[in-house]
Design a binder for this molecule. Structure first.
Ligand SMILES: [Fe+2]
Ligand SMILES: [Fe+2]
Length: 317
């Protein structure tokens, strides 16, 4: 017997939301070359990632050229990290779609479109790496392999993977709307990449929430408690990647500039990079009001305290 079909919440209540996501997703449909790139290249005379995300403006001893380079290195990593997480997000949504094959066909279509979007985004981010890499000095390194990360993440409980996905896709919204869209001085192509990405992610956050709540309703209290442990483990794994990538990116920066820095300045750059990456990929999501509401509604106060205790060293760094 198909347990997924019998334990899902009543489809009638959810159907209009899936129908709306499919309608909006069709309306927003775009292609990488035809609509976004349009033969353009990245403008290296401008910053890529805005200061609101990169926080390079806090390193006041950097020259304008150095600050711009650091923003471009972080922008390159920004595309890499999204390509990385989208490997497991796309795979997870294919799995979630499987649960709808004999149910609401619009839910199935919505999740297939979601997976398809993530495949397109990964292609986009690979293209970006090739385009940006061809114009930057050699030595840049990606510390984690997307398949290795996806295999590890997908071994965790569905509740925890959907929670992490919801967290990521909600901060994508906030990053674009609050930090990237208002900054007209950024490289136009870089800004447009994240504008088009944001369009699709606006639909994904709706589906993340529907699937996460649905999974929550299916679990026993003990399974939910284990899922919270899994989420804590996943966030720690994300932080491990950020520690390694920020250290690698700082070294790449030092190797790419033509002057040397004092020991104190070196320490400051490394610390600022880690704190920027933690801000981008963990803290800005944890502090997202809607994510906070969702997590609070799907955890007990004791589970929430466990999550907060685990996050404390990251949030206070
Ligand atoms: Fe995406
Ligand atoms: Fe997405």
């Amino acid at each position: 017997m198909d347990t997924a079909a019998t334990t899902r919440s009543p489809e009638t209540a959810r159907a209009p939301r899936y129908a709306q996501v499919v309608r909006l997703s069709k309306k927003a449909e775009w292609q990488i070359d035809r609509d976004l790139v349009q033969g353009r290249t990245f403008d290296f005379s401008r910053k890529f990632l805005p200061d609101g995300l990169s926080r390079v403006d806090r390193l006041t001893f950097l020259s304008a050229d150095e600050a711009r380079l650091l923003s471009q290195i972080q922008g390159r990593t920004y595309a890499y990290i999204f390509g990385l997480v989208e490997r497991f997000i796309g795979a997870k949504m294919l799995d979630q779609g499987r649960g709808h094959v004999f149910g609401d066909q619009l839910a199935l279509e919505a999740l297939v479109r979601f997976s398809n979007d993530e495949i397109k985004h990964q292609e986009l981010f690979r293209r970006m790496e090739t385009m940006i890499g061809s114009q930057m000095p050699a030595g840049y390194r990606q510390v984690a392999n997307p398949n290795d990360v996806a295999r590890a993440v997908l071994a965790a409980s569905t509740w925890s993977v959907l929670a992490l996905t919801s967290h990521i896709e909600l901060f994508v919204q906030a990053h674009y709307a609050e930090s990237i869209a208002p900054r007209e001085e950024l490289c136009p192509l870089f800004r447009d990449v994240f504008k088009y990405h944001w369009k699709d992610e606006s639909q994904h956050v709706v589906l993340d929430e529907l699937e996460w709540k649905d999974e929550h309703a299916r679990l026993s209290p003990a399974e939910r408690d284990q899922a919270v442990n899994d989420l804590i483990t996943l966030v720690a794994a994300v932080d491990g990647i950020l520690q390694a990538q920020s250290a690698s990116d700082a070294d790449y920066f030092f190797g790419s500039v033509s002057r040397s820095f004092s020991v104190e300045e070196t320490i400051q750059v490394k610390a600022a990079m880690l704190s920027a990456y933690r801000w981008q990929y963990i803290i800005s999501g944890v502090q997202h009001p809607h994510f906070g509401r969702l997590l609070t509604s799907m955890t007990t106060p004791a589970q929430m305290s466990r999550i907060q205790a685990a996050l404390a060293p990251i949030m206070n760094s």
